[in-house]
Design a protein around this ligand. Structure first.
Ligand SMILES: O=c1ccn([C@@H]2O[C@H](COP(=O)(O)O)[C@@H](O)[C@H]2O)c(=O)[nH]1
Length: 232
């Protein structure tokens, strides 16, 4: 079973270290835009030096040349997982992969693409993005495009994970945010699920933020996520 990926959505390094210091074990953490844009690449180096695995969730989406150069730089940070938006297109995703391969000194980080954000509903997607498909069809389309571009997998919700595995194969990873403990506040997420449903419905990794980071006892909340994810 993979470790749950804990989203370090904090405003600065003090809050990050206060959170991480509660744990005796090494975690798989996610550094996203909030933290990275405040603290820069140094925060990634510091967390890595503590021995944690890192998903650098910057969701790159730009012209192929820009994404390739940016990925080359990110590869040098020694992170484990990075991402782009599949909506950037196949050529952009191929360029991201080329950048990572050129920039990596050791093992290349895994590269995945966001299909439809877990905060998006089908109605919103159809009206605002003017995509005349069901949400599942759109996610499957982006997953296939991502696979054709040679990436390692996608970000999707738990609700699409099983169909993606059937369509793209089980080795094509499904990273699923929008995870909540039973009865937990969904906040701004729309396509949510519990850790045990994620296990049953084909997630490869779950991403958990506020259900752990905003809990009164963060270690207990993390243990509860692990217990449900592992099916104990
Ligand atoms: O589709 C997506 C892609 C990324 N995220 C990120 O995951 C976490 C989820 O945080 P919660 O507090 O558990 O809601 C957050 O960092 C998002 O940027 C996502 O939610 N959905």
């Amino acid at each position: 079973m993979t470790k749950p990926i804990i989203a370090l959505d904090f405003p600065g390094e003090q809050e990050v270290f206060r959170f991480l210091n509660h744990f005796d074990e090494k975690l798989f953490v996610k550094v996203g835009m909030e933290l990275f844009y405040q603290e820069g690449p140094d925060i990634v180096r510091k967390i890595k030096a503590m021995g944690h695995d890192i998903f650098l969730d910057l969701k790159l989406h730009d012209i192929p040349n820009t994404v390739k150069s940016a990925m080359k730089g990110l590869a040098r940070l020694g992170v484990d997982l990075v991402n782009v938006h599949a909506a950037g297109g196949k050529r952009m995703m191929e360029a991201a992969l080329e950048g990572l391969e050129e920039g990596s000194t050791g093992k290349r980080p895994m590269l995945i693409a966001v299909t439809q954000l877990t905060s998006t509903t089908e109605e919103q997607m159809q009206k605002e993005q003017r995509i005349p498909l069901t949400l599942l069809e759109s996610v499957l389309h982006y997953a296939e495009l991502t696979k054709e571009a040679g990436l390692d997998g996608v970000v999707c919700s738990v609700h699409e994970a099983k169909q993606i595995a059937e369509r793209c194969g089980d080795s094509f990873i499904r990273v699923t945010p929008g995870i909540r403990l039973p009865g937990g506040d969904v906040h701004d997420q729309k396509r949510v699920a519990t850790p045990d449903f994620a296990r049953k419905n084909g997630s490869t990794y779950i991403v958990v933020g506020r259900a752990v980071t905003k809990a009164e006892n963060v270690v207990e909340a993390y243990k509860e996520v692990c217990r449900l994810w592992e099916g104990q």
